[in-house]
Design a protein around this ligand. Structure first.
Ligand SMILES: [Cu+2]
Length: 416
Protein backbone atom coordinates (compact mmCIF):
# COMPACT_ATOMS: atom_id res chain seq x y z
CA UNK A 1 0.00 0.00 0.00
CA UNK A 2 2.65 2.44 1.04
CA UNK A 3 4.72 1.56 -2.00
CA UNK A 4 1.84 1.97 -4.45
CA UNK A 5 0.88 5.31 -2.98
CA UNK A 6 4.46 6.48 -3.04
CA UNK A 7 4.87 5.40 -6.72
CA UNK A 8 1.69 7.22 -7.70
CA UNK A 9 2.88 10.40 -6.14
CA UNK A 10 6.28 9.96 -7.78
CA UNK A 11 4.66 9.43 -11.19
CA UNK A 12 2.47 12.53 -10.84
CA UNK A 13 5.49 14.60 -9.91
CA UNK A 14 7.44 13.20 -12.87
CA UNK A 15 4.65 14.04 -15.30
CA UNK A 16 4.23 17.50 -13.78
CA UNK A 17 7.93 18.26 -14.16
CA UNK A 18 7.93 16.94 -17.70
CA UNK A 19 4.82 19.00 -18.50
CA UNK A 20 6.35 22.16 -17.15
CA UNK A 21 9.53 21.58 -19.14
CA UNK A 22 7.61 20.90 -22.35
CA UNK A 23 5.16 23.77 -21.87
CA UNK A 24 8.08 26.08 -21.41
CA UNK A 25 9.50 24.62 -24.63
CA UNK A 26 6.22 25.56 -26.36
CA UNK A 27 4.78 22.13 -27.24
CA UNK A 28 2.19 21.27 -24.62
CA UNK A 29 0.05 19.23 -27.03
CA UNK A 30 2.54 16.35 -27.17
CA UNK A 31 3.29 16.20 -23.47
CA UNK A 32 2.06 12.69 -22.66
CA UNK A 33 3.55 11.05 -25.74
CA UNK A 34 6.92 12.61 -25.23
CA UNK A 35 6.99 11.67 -21.57
CA UNK A 36 6.22 8.02 -22.28
CA UNK A 37 8.88 7.77 -24.94
CA UNK A 38 11.48 9.33 -22.73
CA UNK A 39 10.67 6.97 -19.88
CA UNK A 40 10.69 3.76 -21.92
CA UNK A 41 13.90 4.52 -23.73
CA UNK A 42 15.59 5.28 -20.45
CA UNK A 43 14.45 2.03 -18.87
CA UNK A 44 14.56 -0.39 -21.80
CA UNK A 45 17.84 0.37 -23.48
CA UNK A 46 18.94 -3.25 -23.62
CA UNK A 47 15.72 -4.70 -25.01
CA UNK A 48 15.48 -1.95 -27.64
CA UNK A 49 18.99 -2.78 -28.85
CA UNK A 50 18.14 -6.49 -29.03
CA UNK A 51 15.04 -5.92 -31.13
CA UNK A 52 17.05 -3.75 -33.54
CA UNK A 53 19.40 -6.61 -34.40
CA UNK A 54 16.61 -9.12 -34.93
CA UNK A 55 13.82 -7.25 -36.71
CA UNK A 56 15.03 -3.93 -38.11
CA UNK A 57 16.40 -5.32 -41.37
CA UNK A 58 14.68 -3.86 -44.43
CA UNK A 59 15.67 -6.97 -46.40
CA UNK A 60 16.75 -10.39 -45.22
CA UNK A 61 16.62 -13.98 -46.40
CA UNK A 62 14.13 -16.75 -45.86
CA UNK A 63 14.52 -20.42 -46.66
CA UNK A 64 12.18 -22.98 -48.13
CA UNK A 65 12.48 -26.55 -49.33
CA UNK A 66 12.66 -26.66 -53.10
CA UNK A 67 13.82 -23.04 -53.38
CA UNK A 68 16.62 -22.64 -50.85
CA UNK A 69 17.45 -19.18 -49.48
CA UNK A 70 15.72 -16.20 -51.06
CA UNK A 71 15.19 -12.49 -50.51
CA UNK A 72 12.31 -11.17 -48.38
CA UNK A 73 11.41 -7.82 -46.85
CA UNK A 74 11.40 -6.92 -43.14
CA UNK A 75 8.11 -8.76 -42.63
CA UNK A 76 9.22 -11.88 -44.49
CA UNK A 77 7.30 -11.05 -47.67
CA UNK A 78 8.93 -12.57 -50.75
CA UNK A 79 10.58 -10.36 -53.38
CA UNK A 80 10.72 -11.24 -57.08
CA UNK A 81 12.45 -10.26 -60.32
CA UNK A 82 10.75 -10.01 -63.73
CA UNK A 83 12.36 -11.63 -66.80
CA UNK A 84 11.04 -8.84 -69.06
CA UNK A 85 13.01 -6.25 -67.08
CA UNK A 86 16.69 -5.69 -67.69
CA UNK A 87 19.33 -4.49 -65.25
CA UNK A 88 18.44 -1.02 -64.04
CA UNK A 89 15.03 -0.80 -65.73
CA UNK A 90 11.59 -1.62 -64.33
CA UNK A 91 9.04 -2.15 -67.11
CA UNK A 92 5.67 -3.46 -65.83
CA UNK A 93 2.68 -1.12 -66.00
CA UNK A 94 -1.08 -1.28 -65.53
CA UNK A 95 -2.56 -4.58 -64.43
CA UNK A 96 0.83 -6.26 -64.30
CA UNK A 97 2.15 -3.63 -61.93
CA UNK A 98 -1.01 -3.91 -59.84
CA UNK A 99 -0.38 -7.64 -59.43
CA UNK A 100 3.32 -7.09 -58.73
CA UNK A 101 3.69 -4.04 -56.45
CA UNK A 102 7.03 -2.25 -56.35
CA UNK A 103 9.34 -2.82 -53.38
CA UNK A 104 10.59 0.55 -52.24
CA UNK A 105 11.91 0.71 -48.67
CA UNK A 106 13.22 3.99 -47.28
CA UNK A 107 16.65 2.53 -46.55
CA UNK A 108 18.58 -0.74 -46.66
CA UNK A 109 19.57 -2.38 -43.41
CA UNK A 110 20.81 -5.87 -44.26
CA UNK A 111 21.99 -8.88 -42.27
CA UNK A 112 25.49 -10.29 -42.72
CA UNK A 113 24.21 -12.79 -45.30
CA UNK A 114 23.61 -9.85 -47.69
CA UNK A 115 25.64 -6.84 -48.78
CA UNK A 116 24.14 -3.36 -48.64
CA UNK A 117 25.97 -2.26 -51.79
CA UNK A 118 23.95 -4.79 -53.80
CA UNK A 119 20.85 -2.68 -53.15
CA UNK A 120 19.90 0.59 -54.81
CA UNK A 121 16.86 2.58 -55.85
CA UNK A 122 16.01 3.48 -59.43
CA UNK A 123 13.33 5.74 -60.87
CA UNK A 124 10.94 4.27 -63.40
CA UNK A 125 9.73 6.04 -66.53
CA UNK A 126 6.50 6.87 -64.64
CA UNK A 127 8.50 8.52 -61.85
CA UNK A 128 7.89 5.79 -59.26
CA UNK A 129 10.88 4.50 -57.37
CA UNK A 130 11.76 0.85 -56.98
CA UNK A 131 14.53 -0.96 -55.13
CA UNK A 132 16.99 -3.10 -57.04
CA UNK A 133 19.19 -6.03 -56.06
CA UNK A 134 22.33 -6.37 -58.16
CA UNK A 135 20.52 -4.10 -60.60
CA UNK A 136 17.32 -6.17 -60.87
CA UNK A 137 14.11 -4.30 -59.88
CA UNK A 138 12.28 -5.93 -56.95
CA UNK A 139 8.56 -6.65 -56.66
CA UNK A 140 6.04 -8.16 -54.29
CA UNK A 141 3.32 -10.51 -55.52
CA UNK A 142 -0.16 -9.30 -54.56
CA UNK A 143 -1.38 -12.86 -53.90
CA UNK A 144 1.36 -13.47 -51.33
CA UNK A 145 -0.54 -12.66 -48.16
CA UNK A 146 1.64 -14.08 -45.41
CA UNK A 147 5.29 -14.19 -44.55
CA UNK A 148 6.87 -17.13 -46.38
CA UNK A 149 4.33 -17.23 -49.22
CA UNK A 150 6.00 -17.78 -52.61
CA UNK A 151 2.90 -17.99 -54.79
CA UNK A 152 4.59 -15.76 -57.36
CA UNK A 153 7.40 -18.21 -58.08
CA UNK A 154 7.54 -19.02 -61.83
CA UNK A 155 4.16 -17.36 -62.51
CA UNK A 156 3.82 -17.10 -66.28
CA UNK A 157 7.36 -18.43 -66.50
CA UNK A 158 8.52 -14.82 -66.10
CA UNK A 159 8.56 -14.07 -62.34
CA UNK A 160 11.09 -15.61 -59.97
CA UNK A 161 12.28 -15.21 -56.40
CA UNK A 162 15.71 -13.72 -55.76
CA UNK A 163 17.90 -16.63 -54.71
CA UNK A 164 20.72 -16.03 -52.22
CA UNK A 165 23.46 -16.70 -53.17
CA UNK A 166 22.35 -15.10 -56.42
CA UNK A 167 21.63 -16.84 -59.71
CA UNK A 168 24.55 -17.74 -61.98
CA UNK A 169 22.17 -18.18 -64.91
CA UNK A 170 18.90 -16.28 -65.22
CA UNK A 171 15.98 -16.23 -67.60
CA UNK A 172 15.13 -13.22 -69.75
CA UNK A 173 12.17 -12.76 -72.03
CA UNK A 174 11.72 -10.46 -75.00
CA UNK A 175 9.63 -10.36 -78.12
CA UNK A 176 10.75 -12.58 -81.04
CA UNK A 177 13.33 -14.55 -79.04
CA UNK A 178 10.93 -15.36 -76.19
CA UNK A 179 12.80 -16.92 -73.25
CA UNK A 180 16.58 -16.95 -73.27
CA UNK A 181 19.43 -17.47 -70.86
CA UNK A 182 21.59 -14.71 -69.42
CA UNK A 183 24.27 -14.54 -66.74
CA UNK A 184 23.73 -12.82 -63.38
CA UNK A 185 24.42 -9.44 -64.97
CA UNK A 186 21.81 -10.01 -67.66
CA UNK A 187 24.33 -10.67 -70.44
CA UNK A 188 22.97 -12.99 -73.12
CA UNK A 189 24.34 -16.52 -73.47
CA UNK A 190 24.59 -18.08 -76.93
CA UNK A 191 25.11 -21.46 -78.53
CA UNK A 192 26.32 -22.07 -82.07
CA UNK A 193 25.62 -24.67 -84.69
CA UNK A 194 29.37 -24.55 -85.42
CA UNK A 195 29.70 -26.76 -82.35
CA UNK A 196 28.54 -30.26 -81.85
CA UNK A 197 26.85 -31.21 -78.63
CA UNK A 198 29.46 -31.64 -75.92
CA UNK A 199 32.27 -30.16 -78.00
CA UNK A 200 33.35 -26.62 -78.83
CA UNK A 201 34.74 -26.08 -82.31
CA UNK A 202 35.14 -22.35 -81.79
CA UNK A 203 38.73 -21.10 -81.73
CA UNK A 204 40.94 -18.19 -82.78
CA UNK A 205 39.35 -14.96 -83.97
CA UNK A 206 35.83 -16.37 -83.68
CA UNK A 207 36.48 -17.21 -80.05
CA UNK A 208 37.77 -13.67 -79.52
CA UNK A 209 34.33 -12.40 -80.58
CA UNK A 210 32.44 -15.06 -78.64
CA UNK A 211 34.04 -15.42 -75.19
CA UNK A 212 33.21 -18.59 -73.30
CA UNK A 213 30.82 -18.60 -70.37
CA UNK A 214 32.31 -20.29 -67.33
CA UNK A 215 30.61 -20.03 -63.96
CA UNK A 216 31.58 -22.30 -61.10
CA UNK A 217 28.07 -22.92 -59.79
CA UNK A 218 24.64 -23.64 -61.20
CA UNK A 219 22.08 -21.45 -59.45
CA UNK A 220 19.07 -21.16 -61.74
CA UNK A 221 15.38 -20.18 -61.78
CA UNK A 222 13.04 -23.00 -60.82
CA UNK A 223 11.64 -23.42 -64.33
CA UNK A 224 15.06 -24.51 -65.60
CA UNK A 225 16.43 -28.00 -65.03
CA UNK A 226 19.83 -28.26 -63.36
CA UNK A 227 20.44 -31.54 -65.21
CA UNK A 228 20.54 -29.50 -68.45
CA UNK A 229 23.64 -27.64 -67.24
CA UNK A 230 27.06 -29.17 -67.55
CA UNK A 231 30.57 -28.21 -68.48
CA UNK A 232 33.31 -29.20 -70.88
CA UNK A 233 37.05 -28.85 -70.68
CA UNK A 234 38.41 -26.94 -73.66
CA UNK A 235 41.63 -27.95 -75.40
CA UNK A 236 43.50 -25.23 -73.48
CA UNK A 237 42.33 -26.79 -70.22
CA UNK A 238 39.80 -24.08 -69.37
CA UNK A 239 36.24 -24.88 -68.41
CA UNK A 240 33.17 -23.87 -70.41
CA UNK A 241 29.61 -24.28 -69.23
CA UNK A 242 27.09 -26.11 -71.41
CA UNK A 243 23.31 -26.10 -71.70
CA UNK A 244 21.69 -29.28 -72.99
CA UNK A 245 25.18 -30.26 -74.07
CA UNK A 246 25.84 -27.09 -76.08
CA UNK A 247 28.79 -24.90 -75.06
CA UNK A 248 27.72 -21.39 -73.99
CA UNK A 249 29.25 -18.09 -75.15
CA UNK A 250 28.90 -14.35 -74.77
CA UNK A 251 28.94 -12.00 -77.77
CA UNK A 252 31.50 -9.25 -77.62
CA UNK A 253 29.15 -6.71 -79.27
CA UNK A 254 26.52 -7.14 -76.54
CA UNK A 255 27.30 -4.22 -74.25
CA UNK A 256 24.47 -4.21 -71.76
CA UNK A 257 21.74 -6.30 -70.19
CA UNK A 258 19.01 -6.89 -72.76
CA UNK A 259 21.34 -6.80 -75.78
CA UNK A 260 20.88 -9.80 -78.07
CA UNK A 261 22.94 -8.49 -80.97
CA UNK A 262 24.46 -11.93 -81.47
CA UNK A 263 21.10 -13.50 -82.28
CA UNK A 264 21.22 -14.99 -85.78
CA UNK A 265 24.75 -13.79 -86.59
CA UNK A 266 25.94 -15.62 -89.73
CA UNK A 267 22.94 -17.90 -89.30
CA UNK A 268 24.87 -19.98 -86.76
CA UNK A 269 24.74 -18.10 -83.44
CA UNK A 270 21.60 -18.10 -81.29
CA UNK A 271 20.58 -16.98 -77.83
CA UNK A 272 20.20 -20.11 -75.69
CA UNK A 273 16.45 -20.58 -75.70
CA UNK A 274 15.07 -23.12 -73.21
CA UNK A 275 11.52 -23.06 -74.58
CA UNK A 276 12.35 -24.51 -77.97
CA UNK A 277 13.03 -28.22 -78.24
CA UNK A 278 16.75 -27.67 -78.72
CA UNK A 279 18.89 -25.30 -76.72
CA UNK A 280 17.98 -22.48 -79.01
CA UNK A 281 16.19 -23.03 -82.25
CA UNK A 282 15.74 -19.46 -83.41
CA UNK A 283 12.30 -18.05 -83.98
CA UNK A 284 11.26 -17.78 -87.61
CA UNK A 285 11.24 -14.01 -87.44
CA UNK A 286 14.84 -13.53 -86.33
CA UNK A 287 17.38 -11.52 -88.23
CA UNK A 288 18.70 -14.36 -90.36
CA UNK A 289 18.93 -12.77 -93.77
CA UNK A 290 17.77 -14.39 -96.98
CA UNK A 291 21.35 -14.34 -98.21
CA UNK A 292 22.62 -16.27 -95.23
CA UNK A 293 19.78 -18.72 -95.45
CA UNK A 294 20.40 -19.39 -99.11
CA UNK A 295 24.03 -20.25 -98.37
CA UNK A 296 22.96 -22.71 -95.72
CA UNK A 297 20.40 -24.20 -98.05
CA UNK A 298 22.87 -24.80 -100.82
CA UNK A 299 25.04 -27.02 -98.68
CA UNK A 300 22.32 -28.98 -96.96
CA UNK A 301 19.46 -29.52 -99.38
CA UNK A 302 19.00 -30.45 -102.97
CA UNK A 303 19.35 -27.34 -105.09
CA UNK A 304 16.73 -24.72 -104.41
CA UNK A 305 15.56 -23.58 -107.81
CA UNK A 306 14.88 -19.93 -107.06
CA UNK A 307 16.29 -17.41 -104.66
CA UNK A 308 12.86 -16.92 -103.13
CA UNK A 309 13.03 -20.41 -101.63
CA UNK A 310 13.35 -20.04 -97.88
CA UNK A 311 15.05 -22.88 -96.12
CA UNK A 312 13.69 -24.21 -92.87
CA UNK A 313 15.14 -22.83 -89.71
CA UNK A 314 18.04 -24.94 -88.44
CA UNK A 315 16.86 -26.78 -85.38
CA UNK A 316 18.38 -28.80 -82.60
CA UNK A 317 16.18 -31.40 -80.98
CA UNK A 318 16.82 -33.40 -77.86
CA UNK A 319 15.26 -36.84 -77.92
CA UNK A 320 15.70 -39.33 -75.12
CA UNK A 321 14.89 -43.01 -74.96
CA UNK A 322 14.23 -44.44 -71.54
CA UNK A 323 12.37 -47.52 -70.32
CA UNK A 324 11.67 -48.52 -73.92
CA UNK A 325 9.96 -45.22 -74.71
CA UNK A 326 10.81 -41.92 -76.39
CA UNK A 327 10.32 -38.80 -74.29
CA UNK A 328 8.57 -37.10 -77.21
CA UNK A 329 5.72 -38.40 -79.32
CA UNK A 330 5.86 -35.45 -81.70
CA UNK A 331 8.65 -33.39 -83.25
CA UNK A 332 7.98 -30.31 -85.37
CA UNK A 333 10.43 -28.70 -87.81
CA UNK A 334 10.18 -26.51 -90.89
CA UNK A 335 10.63 -27.76 -94.45
CA UNK A 336 14.24 -28.30 -95.46
CA UNK A 337 15.48 -27.60 -91.93
CA UNK A 338 18.99 -28.71 -91.02
CA UNK A 339 18.08 -30.96 -88.12
CA UNK A 340 20.52 -31.75 -85.35
CA UNK A 341 18.99 -34.50 -83.27
CA UNK A 342 20.75 -35.24 -80.01
CA UNK A 343 19.65 -38.74 -79.14
CA UNK A 344 20.18 -39.81 -75.55
CA UNK A 345 19.67 -43.52 -75.08
CA UNK A 346 19.32 -43.90 -71.33
CA UNK A 347 18.59 -47.62 -71.55
CA UNK A 348 21.15 -50.40 -71.56
CA UNK A 349 19.47 -51.89 -74.62
CA UNK A 350 19.88 -50.75 -78.24
CA UNK A 351 17.67 -48.03 -79.78
CA UNK A 352 17.86 -45.65 -82.71
CA UNK A 353 15.88 -42.91 -84.40
CA UNK A 354 14.65 -43.46 -87.95
CA UNK A 355 12.42 -41.25 -90.08
CA UNK A 356 9.92 -42.60 -92.61
CA UNK A 357 7.28 -41.16 -94.93
CA UNK A 358 4.44 -42.71 -92.97
CA UNK A 359 3.60 -45.29 -90.33
CA UNK A 360 3.95 -48.20 -92.75
CA UNK A 361 7.69 -47.46 -92.56
CA UNK A 362 8.18 -48.71 -96.07
CA UNK A 363 11.77 -48.41 -97.30
CA UNK A 364 13.53 -46.32 -98.29
CA UNK A 365 13.64 -44.41 -95.04
CA UNK A 366 14.20 -40.67 -95.12
CA UNK A 367 16.86 -41.03 -92.46
CA UNK A 368 18.11 -43.95 -90.36
CA UNK A 369 20.18 -43.14 -87.29
CA UNK A 370 22.87 -45.49 -86.08
CA UNK A 371 21.60 -47.93 -83.45
CA UNK A 372 23.34 -47.37 -80.12
CA UNK A 373 23.31 -49.24 -76.83
CA UNK A 374 23.02 -46.94 -73.83
CA UNK A 375 23.56 -45.23 -71.71
CA UNK A 376 25.03 -43.02 -74.39
CA UNK A 377 24.30 -39.93 -76.44
CA UNK A 378 24.71 -39.72 -80.19
CA UNK A 379 24.15 -36.75 -82.50
CA UNK A 380 22.29 -37.33 -85.76
CA UNK A 381 22.16 -34.71 -88.49
CA UNK A 382 19.85 -34.78 -91.46
CA UNK A 383 17.75 -32.51 -93.61
CA UNK A 384 14.02 -32.34 -93.05
CA UNK A 385 11.71 -33.20 -95.99
CA UNK A 386 11.03 -30.30 -98.33
CA UNK A 387 7.30 -31.06 -98.47
CA UNK A 388 5.12 -30.09 -95.51
CA UNK A 389 3.26 -32.98 -93.90
CA UNK A 390 3.14 -35.42 -91.04
CA UNK A 391 5.88 -38.01 -91.26
CA UNK A 392 6.70 -40.88 -88.94
CA UNK A 393 9.60 -41.70 -86.69
CA UNK A 394 10.39 -44.80 -84.71
CA UNK A 395 13.07 -46.91 -83.13
CA UNK A 396 13.84 -49.65 -85.66
CA UNK A 397 14.60 -52.08 -82.85
CA UNK A 398 11.21 -51.48 -81.24
CA UNK A 399 9.08 -50.49 -84.23
CA UNK A 400 5.69 -50.81 -82.54
CA UNK A 401 6.29 -49.45 -79.04
CA UNK A 402 8.63 -46.54 -79.84
CA UNK A 403 7.00 -44.31 -82.46
CA UNK A 404 6.04 -40.70 -83.01
CA UNK A 405 4.94 -38.03 -85.47
CA UNK A 406 7.50 -35.95 -87.32
CA UNK A 407 5.65 -32.81 -88.39
CA UNK A 408 7.10 -30.68 -91.17
CA UNK A 409 5.60 -27.23 -91.57
CA UNK A 410 6.16 -24.54 -94.19
CA UNK A 411 8.43 -21.87 -92.74
CA UNK A 412 6.93 -18.52 -91.94
CA UNK A 413 8.06 -15.96 -94.45
CA UNK A 414 7.47 -13.04 -92.12
CA UNK A 415 10.67 -11.28 -91.29
CA UNK A 416 12.48 -12.23 -94.49
CU1 LIG B 1 14.28 -49.11 -79.26
Amino acid sequence: MHNMKFRSIYLVITILIASILLVSAGCSKTTSTTTATTTSSAVQTTSTTTSATTTAFTVKTASKTGIGDFLVDSKGMTLYYFTKDVIGKSTPTGAVLAAWPLFNPSNFVVPSSLQAFDFAVITRDDGQKVATYKGWPLYYYAKDLASGDTLGEAVGGVWFVIKVPFYTVMLQNKAVINNYLVDSKGMTLYWTSLDTAGKSNVTGTILANWPVFASANTIIPSSLNSADFGSITRTDGSTQRTYKGWPLYYYINDKTSGDTIGQGVNGVWFAANPTSSGPAAPATTTTITATTTATTTASTTTAPTTTTTVAGTPITINLAAQNMAFDKNSITVTTGAAVTLIFNNKDTIPHNFALYTNSSATPPAIFVGQTVTGPTTVTYTFTAPSTPGTYFFRCDVHPTSMTGSFIVTAPSTSGY
